[in-house]
Structures are given as C-alpha cells and as structure tokens.
Design a binder for this molecule. Sequence first.
Ligand code: LMR
Length: 398
Amino acid sequence: MSHFNRVDWVAGDPIMGLLEAFRADPNPAKLDLGVGVYKDQQGLTPIPKAVKLAEQALIGSEQTKSYIGGHGDVSFGTYLLHLVLGAHSPVIDDKRAGCTQTAGGTGALRLTGEFIAQCLPGKGIWLSQPTWPIHETLFQAAGLSISHYPYVGADNRLDVAGMLQAMRQIPRGDVILLHACCHNPTGFDLSRSDWQQVLDVVKERELLPLFDFAYQGFGDGLEEDAWAVRLFAQALPELLITSSCSKNFGLYRERTGGLIVIAENADRLLAVRSQLASIARNLWSTPPSHGAAVVAEILGSTSLRTVWQDEVEAMRNRIMSLRKGLVEALIPFGLNERFAHIAEQRGMFSYTGLTPEQVAALKERYSVYLVSSGRANVAGLDENRLDELARAIAEVSR
Ligand code: LMR
C-alpha cells in the first residue's frame, strides 16, 4: 500500500522556479532578471560590509544559542520599530507599537494572515491587481477571502483614479494590503498626494491597512520610503506593517523580518501580541536568531549603521542608473519612449510591459529570464550588457 499515491504533483513557485531554470541553463550568456535579488557589477549578490563586520563582532560576543522567545530578539524589535516608524515616533513612546520577529517578510505576512483568520473573523483582504504572486497564495493558505483593487491600467501605467474608485467600494472594516514603496511587481509607486487620498478612503471605509514594507531604502531613501507608513501610523489608531531585512541588509537566506502592530492603546497591543506569540508558536515556535542579531548589531552601532546606510544608498543609486542606462540603450531601436517608464519606476522591479510570449522568447532565444508577467528585476542587470539586452528586447518586440 502506498500512503502517497494520491498526492498530486503541483507546479512549483513561479519565481523560485525561474531561479532553478536559470541555474540549470548552460548558456554562458544567460541573464537572470527573475527573482528579486540585488547583484553587483560582478553579477554577485554580495554580503554587505556592515553585515560582515557585525558577524565578526558577534562571533566574539555571542554567549548562548538558547531560544530567543516568541517575539524574537527584543533589541532587534526595538531597532526595527524605530527604523520603520522613525527615531521619534509618538506611537512608540505611547507604547502602542510592538514588533514580532518573523522568518523574513514572508513569515510576517503569513503570521498576519493567520492572525486575521483566527482573531478578526469575517474580514476579507484586498490586494492590488497585480501584486506579488505569493500574497495571493499565502493569504489563501491562511483561509482568507481575497479580492482585488486595480493598480495598473491596460496602458501599463498607474491607474490612481481606478484604484481609489474601487477602494471606495471595499466593505467597511476589511483589510487592505498596500505596498509601502517599490511596488512588487510593477515598480510604480504612489505620490504623496495619492497616499493622502488613500488615507481618506481608509478612514471613510474604516479599513485596516496592512503595509508590506520589503524594500525600505531601495526607492528614494531609508527615511523617504517610510513616508506613507509614518503618515498612516500618525493618523490611524490601528495598523499592521510587515518589514523585511532581506533586501536592504542583504540577509535573504537568514530569513529576517518582523510584523509591526500599532494598536489603539498599550492594553490592546498586549492582547494582540499575546495572540501573535501563540500563533507563531504553532507556526515556527520561536524565530531564528542570527539575522536579527546582525541587524541589531548594525543598528546599535553608530559606525556600523553609517557603513550600512552608505551601502543601501549605493545599491539604490546603482539600480537607478541601470534603469536609466537600459532606457538609453533602447534609443537606437526607437524603443526608448515605449519603455521610458522603466526609468521612472522605483525599487528592484519593473513591469516592463513585455507580454508573456515576448518573455518566453527572451528566455528561449537569449537565455534572459523574467517573470512571465513581464516583471524584470532591474537590480539583476549588468551595466556592460545593457546594449545586448536592448537588442534582445527589440528583437522580441518586433
Ligand atoms: C521576489 O518577488 O522576487 C522576491 O520578493 C523574492 C521572493 O521571495 O519571491
């Protein structure tokens, strides 16, 4: 008797699947623009210098490998709260904000999904169309009812009017997921006046906002990228924020992040946090230590923090220059206007506007890997190969 003979094969995650396909591709000229991972001039995903220095310090100072508790490393949580909400945030001073350490931003999202399902029954969740594909599967796995508001129009441009109109129809009290900056997958971010309008709708419909904040520092700056989150934190009694240290600290595989909760008062926060610790215990028990210890070491040291801030700035500037460089490389093919949005978008990703067929042709003919939606990880580009990529894009766009 086979216990497993009724288990069906299931297609793997499309983004991670691309990474495997890329690694298996023998073409030496292959180019990986799939998974959201930053690459340097050598095509490597470097460990930031600040991380290496922090790790060296930790080797000397670490005293134990005992558990770190349900909410994780306390100093990590405190530093992350200040990084996200600001050095002088009233909600932190009023003890209305808390951080629960999670296995990356994805772990924070899953914890949030379970919290909504178990503690806020009946609430649906609203996602942008399009959104990071894992938002769809992850909240579905948590048993939530998922709906969408439009974000990008048929012209592959931000559709603010359509978005606001749809948000005004959301059932009172539901949860709305917002991308704090560097929208994944499109790269189109809202302006400050757009955010004000979203806030008005959130208040009018009494929605519970959930900010996915996975790219702090990759858009316009560490402080600038937190602008919308801080606006909402000041204006609303309750808020959920999932923060990731994967990209800005380069800690991808260390799975480091946190779920930040802002509650109406300190007592409510304690109640919510008791539930989060209990849910987390059933998911992963207690979080891993290393990545959080590294982040705490960096943010707790003036000199390491400066090294890290400079490194984040360098990554952000390089991504911006790659965006501009690609659009310039498209000039000889008369495609610079059609793809001008690539230079205007923010963060790692660009919704290029390439069709699934064109994406497939790029992979088959040139070993250039993009997500089938047309999303390109701009942070995976090689500045010496922009002309070559522009030519390939021109070939498949004919
Ligand atoms: C991405 O969207 O490529 C990244 O967020 C990595 C991931 O986990 O999918």
